[in-house]
Structures are given as C-alpha cells and as structure tokens.
Design a protein around this ligand. Structure first.
Ligand code: XMP
Length: 327
C-alpha cells in the first residue's frame, strides 16, 4: 500500500505536465535509493523514463555490469550506460586533496550526465517525441533535513551532494518520490516492489566512490588494489552472516608503505585499512566489533590474494571524532 500511495502521488505530479511525451531522466548508481526511485518511475511512465548510469571508474568490483543487468534485465528499466571511466581517472591524475577529488568527480558527473541526456533528447525529438522536463532524484527525508539545516557538521566537513549542479544547468523540475521516507522505509518499499534482497540491503556507497578510499593519488592500479581488497572483505562479511548487522563496511588503501617479509625476502608494500561501522543515521557511528577469527581470515586472504599489500589494519575509531570515510 505504501508503494501504491507513493506511486499515485507522483504520477499525478507528472501528469500535470499534460504533454504525453514529457520525458524524465534520472541518474542511477546501482544503490538502493536510485534503483527504487527508478523502478517506481518506470512503473509509472515506462519508456518515457530514461535512467543513466555513469561509470566513473571508481565503482566497486563488477558493480557497473551487475547494476546494468539488474536495472535493465530484471527491473525492465530503460537504461543508458555511459562509460566515462577514462575521463574521470584522467582528471583525477595527480590530485590528492579529498575535496578536490569530490569537486572533480561531481563536475565531471554533471558534464557526462548532461551530454547523455542531450543525446537521448535529440533521438526522441528526431522521432517526433517530446522534451525532457523532469529529473528524478532518489532523495530521502534525512537528505531533505540536511539540506534545510545545511549547517550540520557533515555539510561543512565534506561536500556530500554531487548532483545539485544538474538542476541549475538543465533547468529541469525535480521529482523526488522518496523524499518523505527514511532508509528503513525505502528498504520496506523495495521489498514490496520485490526488488532483490541483495540490493535492498546494500550498504551505502559514496558518490566519489573508491576515489575517496584510495588515500592520496587515485591511479588505475591503486583503484584496482582497493577494489580487490574491498571485494574480499565484503565477501567474507557476507559469508559470516554479518553484512546486515553492519551499517557500512569497506577497505581503504593507505598512502604509506611498510616493511614486510615474504619467504627469504624483504617486502616494502602498501597497507589496507578495514572499516566497519554500526549506525542508524550516519551522523554518529560506532566501530563494529568484528570477530577476531573473521579478521584473521580476511587479513590473510587480502595479503595473499592482493598484489602490492603486505599489511592489513582494522579501524577502531568511532564517529565523532573520526568520520566514516577516511577522506
Ligand atoms: P562521513 O565520512 O562524513 O560519511 O562520516 C557519512 C556518510 O556519507 C557518505 N559520504 C558521501 N556520500 N558523497 C556521497 O554521496 C560524498 O562525497 C560522501 N562522503 C561521505 C559515507 O559513505 C557515509 O555513508
């Protein structure tokens, strides 16, 4: 019923545009919020909704390909995948400042998204169809509160929201079907819509992705190391049945080298930091008490399976004073 009510609510909003060819675009990331918003939208107006998935080169392992299959094949959403990974990674070259990374990724994202939307609009116009008038966003209630009282610590410490600029540039009206819901309600809605549990319970992932989890310069090889370590970490957490108990977990690659030993040889390689937190609102968070046996297994797998890493550490800092992301 919750889904039905929401759906009716925003279908009415779209219909007021009257033109039967009004189109809606929206960015999807493969995360819970954007996927559920996109599913609702495609249920409402079918092919007149175009989802755009931008590959920024700093997503998790296999994430783009898996999200494409899920959105397009399982959920039947009209999807364009824009592979801009080289563009993003090229612009990140030599950049080490976290806010600078966010700015580059946010601006490049807007540029790529707008170019894709313009292509879609042109194709539609050529076939006698209408213009893009709306932008779908998966905004949740906590985001609404945060932007009203935009003086909160997270707003000044890290600039989180990367798509605001889209609205100014494209002059689109916004549709936010989830703006009155909290995360647990969105998950409930996902279950009502029969969206895969794997996606419904997925941990949040920041827009700038692995770029803010590779401390220091973001190069393709550094991203690869962080990605592989993260994959092993999450795989083991899931196998241990702890994934849902943890609010967010990831592996960060530290910009330091440390001495190790392998057989008869001395090694001088990088360090992976494992982070896992429990939180309800992400404004404060406790570090998760990961079982030692599990940490042991994860550490040994990462050191054995990921080239370039000879040391793994576990982060035991709560927020505040630490933040959830390292950058
Ligand atoms: P922090 O690190 O501020 O993170 O404790 C709180 C939550 O926000 C996410 N986060 C971001 N999300 N763009 C995003 O879309 C960002 O730049 C960004 N920085 C942090 C973080 O993953 C956590 O869930």
């Amino acid at each position: 019923d919750l889904g039905k009510e929401l759906l009716e609510n925003f279908v009415v909003k779209i219909c007021h545009a009257k033109s039967s060819w009004t189109m809606v675009v929206g960015a999807v990331s493969g995360g819970v919020d954007s996927t559920i918003a996109a599913k609702l939208m495609s249920m409402a107006i079918g092919d007149r909704f175009h989802a755009i998935l931008v590959d920024n080169g700093v997503m998790r392992m296999n994430e783009c390909a898996q999200s494409k299959v899920l959105l397009q094949e399982h959920l039947g959403i009209n999807l364009t995948l824009a592979d801009a990974s080289e563009l993003f990674l090229g612009r990140l070259k030599g950049v080490t400042n976290p806010e600078q990374k966010r700015k580059i990724i946010g601006n490049t994202f807007i540029e790529v998204f707008e170019a894709e939307a313009a292509k879609i609009e042109k194709e539609q116009e050529e076939s006698g169809k209408g213009k893009i008038e709306f932008l779908l966003q998966g905004t949740l209630y906590p985001d609404v509160i945060e932007s009203i009282s935009f003086k909160g610590p997270s707003a000044t410490i890290k600039t989180h929201h990367n798509v605001g600029g889209l609205l100014e540039d494209m002059k689109l009206k916004v549709i936010e079907p989830l703006r009155e819901l909290f995360k647990d309600e969105v998950r409930e809605l996902g279950s009502i819509l029969k969206i895969d549990d794997e996606l419904v319970w997925r941990h949040p992932f920041p827009g700038p992705g692995i770029a803010i989890r590779v401390l220091g310069e973001v190069t393709p090889s550094q991203v690869e190391i962080a990605r592989k370590a993260d994959y092993i970490y999450i795989e083991e957490i899931k196998k241990a049945g702890l994934y849902r108990k943890i609010s967010q977990a990831y592996a960060a690659l530290l910009p330091v080298k440390s001495v190790g030993v392998m057989g008869d040889n001395r090694t001088y390689e990088q360090v992976i930091a494992l982070r896992a937190v429990e939180t309800t609102d992400f404004m404060t968070a406790d570090w998760f008490e990961m079982p030692y046996a599990l940490l042991k297994k994860i550490s040994s797998r990462i050191i054995n399976e990921v080239d370039g890493v000879n040391r793994v550490v576990y982060d035991i800092s709560s927020k505040p004073p630490a933040t959830i992301e390292w950058e």
